[in-house]
Ligand binder design. Structure first.
Ligand code: S3P
Length: 446
């Protein structure tokens, strides 16, 4: 999908007065993609409330429409999806443009793999650099075939196989996208598909598949390895889904409220699934005052309100084992570390090099540009914190088509002496429409 405006939109974020007030954040991106995909495979009408209406999720909606689902939004923001049934996806008439969205691409490749369809996937410059081999390998074992651009990247064309071959697959990388692609392919394969996950990753697919009536079990071994078993040729029943606020979006106002002196902010209705809540644990370890109130369950997911009070933070050396539970939150965690007292050492993060940008290199360059002493490692960063003193500021920071880089440096600007300029804020629309308006409501612009 192309950005609405063809010109970069630079913006400068300057030192903020104390942030205050209560806000929500848009719906969870991971859950929104899955809600549309599974609803499109159920027979009958599903309803989705709180869907993230960001470009990535809209790319998923367009793709599911192109393959036969009817998807509409009514005026009060509820989405209505009439599915085609498992095995019922139709041949799209043209290439499917996935924009910036790796999750849409990899999960849809799973869906297509077990249908008798030939589908071409394209994407923007960022997505076209990202590795697809990690899903191509297991989906090839299931019978799909692929023609890719050099290095196993987009644009690529795949041909699915029906009936596909159910597989037993041990994940070589900790990736919820790879796990989900295999499970989605397994939905329409005869027999049992098994995914073995040595390091647990976000489990929204498992929860939602069960919610839609698939026969799925999860066994946890003594060492934490998870074995997910799915019975194929499933029949999915339509559901009413309520999507919680995205913890990966809440991360930005949360860190901003911790860093801007005198702030106190409540972020309501945030998803608190343990496979996603690693940043809250990390910030608390650093000394951040984050309280969870009103803990409850919504649509099979734990949810709560976060009350965040500005705090002096200390440097950390987080255990790399926590990476999957906060994989998308490292950029903004690096900003928190830049304001902490002392040194932070982040390691074991090689996956960050293949996100929407190379987040280790992009963050190292941006931090240096705003006066933060930083050392780039192959698998992480070493950051010397300012001990709470404002960052120098500067820029323009190259966001490199990466929404989370742009938002992280916006937060840095709020605690800078000279302001931080981001070269292009358009990518923020992929996951967090209304990000700047939310900062304004909290008082960030005075
Ligand atoms: C996601 C999984 C993660 C994450 C991405 C969303 C998902 O990617 O970074 O933003 O919805 O399954 P990996 O599976 O590549 O770690």
């Amino acid at each position: 999908m192309s950005h609405s405006d063809d010109h970069p939109q630079p913006r400068t974020f300057a030192a903020a007065p104390p942030l205050a007030g209560t806000t929500g954040v848009p719906g969870d991106k991971s859950i929104s993609h899955r809600a549309l995909m599974l609803s499109a495979l159920a027979v009958g009408e599903s309803r989705v409330e709180g869907l993230l209406e960001g470009e990535d999720v809209l790319a998923t909606a367009a793709a599911m429409r192109a393959m036969g689902a009817q998807i509409e939004r009514d005026d009060d923001g509820t989405w209505h999806v009439h599915g085609v049934g498992v095995g019922g996806l139709l041949q799209p008439r043209q290439a499917i443009d996935m924009g910036n969205s790796g999750t849409s691409t990899r999960l849809l490749m799973g869906l297509v793999a077990s249908h008798d369809l030939t589908v071409t996937f394209t994407g923007d410059a960022s997505l076209s650099r990202r590795p697809m081999g990690r899903v191509i390998d297991p989906l090839t074992q299931m019978g799909a075939s692929f023609t890719t651009s050099p290095g196993g990247t987009l644009p690529l064309t795949m041909r699915g196989l029906c009936p596909a071959v159910p597989i037993d697959y041990r994940l070589p990388v900790a990736s919820a996208q790879v796990k989900s692609a295999i499970l989605l392919a397994g939905l329409n394969a005869p027999g049992i598909t098994r995914v073995v996950e040595p390091v647990p990753t976000r489990d929204h697919s498992e929860r939602m598949l069960k919610g839609f009536g698939a026969e799925l079990t999860v066994e946890v071994e003594a060492d934490g390895t998870r074995i997910i078993t799915l019975a194929g040729e499933a029949e999915l029943k339509p559901q009413q889904i309520v999507v919680p606020g995205d913890p990966s979006s809440a991360a930005f106002p949360m860190v901003a409220a911790l860093l801007v002196p005198g702030s106190r902010v409540t972020i309501a209705n945030v998803g608190l699934n343990a496979t996603r809540a690693g940043l809250i644990d990390l910030l608390r370890e650093m000394g951040g005052a984050i309280e969870v109130t009103n803990a409850r369950e919504v649509g099979g997911e734990p949810v709560g309100d976060l009350v965040v009070t500005a705090s002096a933070l200390n440097g950390v050396e987080p255990d790399p084992a926590r990476a999957p539970a906060m994989i998308d939150e490292y950029p903004v965690a690096f900003i928190a570390a830049a304001l902490a007292q002392g040194r932070s050492v982040f390691r074991g993060l090689e996956e960050l090099r293949v996100k929407e940008s190379d987040r280790i290199a992009t963050m190292a360059a941006g931090l240096r540009a705003i006066g933060v002493p930083v050392e780039e490692l192959e698998d992480g960063l070493i950051i010397e914190g300012s001990g709470g003193a404002p960052l120098a500021g500067g820029g323009p920071i190259a966001a490199r088509l990466d929404h989370r880089i742009a938002m992280s440096f916006a937060v840095a600007g709020l605690v800078s002496r000279d302001g931080v300029t981001i070269d292009d804020m358009r990518p923020v629309a992929t996951s967090f429409p209304g990000f700047v308006a939310l900062l304004k409501r909290l008082g960030a612009f005075g």
